[in-house]
Design a protein around this ligand. Structure first.
Ligand SMILES: C[S@@+](CC[C@H](N)C(=O)[O-])C[C@H]1O[C@@H](n2cnc3c(N)ncnc32)[C@H](O)[C@@H]1O
Length: 214
């Protein structure tokens, strides 16, 4: 079965009227879902920036930013059209797009100040570990100032067979190949960690020059 099918078959039947968003999105509770957004907001300046939220689900990050009074040029993208329909209903002011970014980038040469993924790589689609370097490289190419993503931590006491748990050291090996400054934040939840990759100034210049040439 394709990655897209596995993801849709997992999340879409969970969308039921009145069901709390954290349950639909397969988070343990609303607090832990929100905490992941707080880690993003605490570590990256978002005000006035463009933000790409990859795997945006029901658009809860957009709601969080509004609550915080943060003015952000927000774009949410999710592989599931059904998720996007619900995100648009919940947040008519938000900009949401249905697409599998990793199969076909709908943004062309456009880049964002910050790209963020929360829970996007949680579901076991069969090849998470081999797929991650390609996906992260693509996301890094889309981000001007920071790529931020969270993953489930290998140390989690309770592990679900349909999820993938990652070792921060292994992830560091992947992102260290990018020209960026890396920070790992793993003190907010037992079962989760966040990686912040900030492109080095020299890499920003050479990437801009490369784009000019092509
Ligand atoms: C655990 S949910 C998290 C949703 C949201 N980030 C949040 O924290 O509220 C993961 C979401 O990622 C989406 N997703 C997974 N792989 C994706 C991909 N390749 N492109 C876009 N969305 C993807 C799923 O459809 C699902 O909505």
């Amino acid at each position: 079965m394709s990655r897209e099918k596995i993801i849709k078959q997992h999340y879409e039947p969970r969308i039921l009227p009145g069901r709390p968003h954290f349950e639909i999105l397969d988070w343990a509770d609303a607090q832990s879902q929100r905490l992941r957004f707080e880690v993003l907001a605490a570590n990256v300046g978002l005000a006035g920036k463009s933000l790409l939220d990859v795997g945006c689900g029901l658009g809860d990050l957009y709601g969080f930013l509004l609550e915080r009074g943060l003015t952000v040029d927000y774009t949410g993208v999710d592989i599931s059209e059904k998720m996007i329909l619900h995100a648009r209903q919940a947040h008519p002011g938000g900009h949401f797009l249905a697409a599998d970014l990793f199969a076909k980038n709908p943004f062309g040469r456009k880049r964002f100040d910050v790209a963020f993924c929360s829970g996007t790589f949680n579901l076991n689609v069969g090849n998470n570990i081999s797929f991650l370097p390609t996906a992260l490289r693509q996301l890094f190419g889309l981000s001007r100032r920071a790529l931020v993503f969270n993953l489930l931590h290998r140390r989690a006491r309770r592990q679900h067979p349909h999820c993938v748990y990652y070792e921060p050291g292994e992830i560091l090996k992947i992102v260290k190949r990018f020209r960026c400054k890396v920070e790992v934040i793993d003190d907010y939840l037992h079962n989760d960690f966040t990686v912040v990759c900030r492109p080095l100034a020299s890499s920003r210049v050479s990437r801009a020059a490369k784009r000019k040439k092509t």
